[in-house]
Ligand binder design. Structure first.
Ligand code: SAH
Length: 395
């Protein structure tokens, strides 16, 4: 096996001894010897003791991932096969579920291979490659998937080049082509998926438990405002739970996509509101008109720029919550969600607390969510659990 041996700086040795999976430049002595992504890397300490073996692949997070902490194991077909088999068998419950056929089948370092995720959509597998390095193992990984599970087809997104964005190209890899849309089910709610339509396929699977909770516990006869609504996934959950929903998103595409999702759930979209508008403009008008909702869902991107507004979750989330408080009924509910990796749950709750203090309102936290179980995380890389969702009741 062609491998590059790199020495870990003294102060980082302990981190790797404990199984930290991310390889990052600051931790390494002789980084210059790395040439080609996909190269096998073996990390050793200054006394040449083995620390881990992985691959070179550049992502915004780091320089590569450790795939094995055993000196004897090679980065080969068997390693990929075993990790995939283990991950798929852990999802047995999802494979056999009657009301859910969309889930994450393999979640990066949480399942032992950083830089690789695989989502399952009703018979189809969607692979996301986060670096040229992991893409170098494509043949082995495809072979392992085909050997392990029956499937209709495989699609892929390459999130390298162009600063981690998906470059617009054909996502089809092999098998049958998926219908467009491909209809999937999550806890009895249908969603329209487009596997071959750019970076986002129509649903963010990491919110499955949040959607379920909204549907089952907080929607009956409620007026629900879904902000940053994208394809209206939260609106579908709420509407299935008998809410009247208002979905607001800046992107023109959200209108058709949200109507389509209502239609495939046999819900008349005309009984719901779908608004294409800057949410900050909407908040202002709603306040002026004294509009109030029973439930307000906040799920903004970490960064967003519109004509008149620039939003950064780390800087502006507190103000976003204040805007929501203004148009939520007393005893109403705010669902605040963020996938921003630069702050943790403790800090997020501080934003919430400040917002309520500044609005002179009391609150109670009813639920907290992180990533669901199909989005496996390892305690060796806790920062992989980026999702933070808080259900807040105004008192
Ligand atoms: N909550 C969604 C996912 C949100 S993705 C879900 O659960 O599926 C982020 C969305 O925010 C995008 O659709 C984008 O168009 C929208 N967006 C970004 N800035 C916005 C703004 N200022 N006002 C309204 N929508 C905005």
């Amino acid at each position: 096996m062609r491998e590059t041996i790199l020495t870990v700086k003294k102060e980082f040795v302990n981190k790797y001894k404990k199984g930290y999976p991310l390889i990052f430049e600051e931790a390494l002595e002789n980084i210059k010897t790395l040439k080609e992504e996909g190269q096998i890397i073996t990390l050793i300490d200054e006394k040449k003791a083995f620390l881990g073996r992985g691959y070179y692949g550049k992502q915004n997070k780091g320089t590569g991932w450790i795939l094995s902490n055993s000196k004897k194991s090679d980065i080969d077909y068997k390693l990929f096969y075993d990790k995939l088999r283990n991950a798929f068998s852990k999802r047995e419950k999802f494979y056999y579920s009657r009301d859910t056929n969309a889930f994450r089948a393999f979640n990066g370092e949480g399942d032992g291979i950083g830089g690789l995720t695989i989502d399952y959509f009703n018979g189809y597998y969607l692979i996301t490659w986060y670096s040229k390095g992991i893409y170098a193992f494509k043949d082995m990984i495809l072979k392992a998937i085909k050997a392990l599970v029956p499937l209709d087809g495989i699609y892929e997104k390459k999130r390298f080049d162009e600063n981690g964005m998906v470059i617009d190209e054909n996502s089809y890899v092999c098998g049958r082509k998926a219908s467009e849309p491909l209809i999937v089910k999550e806890n009895g709610v249908n969603f329209a998926i487009y596997l071959n339509d750019g970076a986002m396929v129509g649903i963010f699977l990491d919110q499955k438990e949040v959607r379920k909770s909204i549907k089952d516990k907080y929607s009956e006869n409620k007026r629900v405002l879904n902000t940053f609504s994208y394809t209206g996934a939260f609106s579908m959950a709420a509407a299935k739970g008998n809410a009247i929903t208002t979905s607001v998103d800046l992107a023109a595409r959200s209108l058709d996509k949200t109507i389509e999702n209502f239609t495939i759930n046999n819900i008349d979209h005309k009984e719901h509101n779908i608004i294409v508008e800057d949410i900050f403009v909407y908040f202002k008008q709603a306040k002026k008109n004294d509009l109030k909702f029973d439930v307000v869902i906040l799920d903004p991107p970490s960064f967003a720029t519109s004509k008149d507004n620039r939003f950064s979750a780390a800087r502006d989330y507190k103000d976003l919550i204040k805007l929501a408080i203004d148009i939520t009924e007393d005893e109403g509910l705010i669902v605040a969600s963020t996938n921003c990796a630069t702050f943790n749950m403790i800090k997020f709750k501080k934003f919430i607390d400040q917002a309520f203090k500044e609005s002179n309102k009391n609150y109670e936290i009813l639920e907290e969510h992180h990533l669901p179980e199909d989005f496996a995380v390892t305690e060796k890389f806790p920062e992989g659990n980026y999702l933070k969702v808080v259900f807040i009741r105004i008192n």
